[in-house]
Ligand binder design. Sequence first.
Ligand code: NAD
Ligand code: ZN
Ligand code: ZN
Length: 346
Amino acid sequence: MRAMVYEGPGRCALTTVPDPQITDDGDVIVRVDATTICGTDLHIVAGDVPSVRRGRILGHEAVGTVEQVGSAIHTMSPGDRVLVSCISGCGVCRYCREGHYGQCLSGGGWVLGHTIDGTQADFVRVPFADTSTYRLPDGVNDEEALMLADVLPTGYEVGVLKAGVGPGDVVAVVGTGPVGLAAIMGARLFSPSHIVAIDHADLRLDAAKQFGADVVVNNAVSDPLPVVHALTDRLGADVAIEAVGRPETFELAVALGRPGAKIANIGVHGKPAAFHLEDQWIRDITVTTGLVDAYSTPTLLRLIASGQLDAARLVTHRFAFDDFDQAYEVFSHASDTGAIKVVLSA
Ligand SMILES: NC(=O)c1ccc[n+]([C@@H]2O[C@H](COP(=O)([O-])OP(=O)(O)OC[C@H]3O[C@@H](n4cnc5c(N)ncnc54)[C@H](O)[C@@H]3O)[C@@H](O)[C@H]2O)c1
Ligand SMILES: [Zn+2]
Ligand SMILES: [Zn+2]
């Protein structure tokens, strides 16, 4: 089969590899109908994620058709259309029982395209498939469902829900890549009074406006703090969501919050970020962070099916599987190409 394979720092290529086989009775083999590229894949290809070994098939997001099921599978059959989530969960360990699938103790968590072969291929072996895939209703198309594999639950759970966005809140979102945009869409569901989007790329800020931000600030050009203060009687934002993963954007998110604010860090950080406890201890703030668990997937699926969440608008570019190299190229130059999510279809 065709697969996008990590070949060591700086290199990945579309390669012909053997088809995956069922190795556990809880596995299914899914024929991938649509997959996408995540910013994390770019980090892997750059060599920033050493736990990914050379030869690994990339990708942790897919929509596909069940091809083969292990003997212990009882919620799906060959021919079923399913969403393959970025998070796999055994369903029975302590963390899975508490809905923290990302922290699964029995070989789940973020494994696809990380510690086992991933979804950027004609076929993928999905472990713990009963508790890690979702049957898709007819009214939801492949592209919108694909947005549920990672970006939408990440923005919603690690951003909006952890920060407890509520009616009337002023919400600042630092970083409006796909995850920040997903956080903006999710925040809108709770009727905030303002969403202030902050990014240093104008194309991304244009997208943020379309996704529901009513105020945008290019922080390469102007300081977002006075903008947030002007909206909040100089108090600061009720909620600040960090969706970049750099020290300076985390520090900005903390600075934007009012006393009592919730600061939700979504970004994956590769370098230490300063938290000035000497200034912050007196401000009653709450800082949250975490890996997505994807427990919200069924809720988000219902919101898409009912038309309350327009997930398909995240998709800006479409490619055939054979054009994987070009898709990586376009996605990795998002500030020039305007790419948000690219979809590769079989
Ligand atoms: N916690 C989780 O479970 C989880 C899951 C998925 C992704 N993530 C992380 O979320 C973050 C966002 O993901 P994404 O796919 O949207 O990434 P992305 O790289 O596409 O978007 C980041 C955005 O931040 C902007 N940006 C960069 N530096 C900036 C700065 N100094 N000031 C303002 N804006 C700046 C960029 O222009 C871009 O629009 C990443 O760190 C990613 O690894 C976390
Ligand atoms: Zn991802
Ligand atoms: Zn588990």
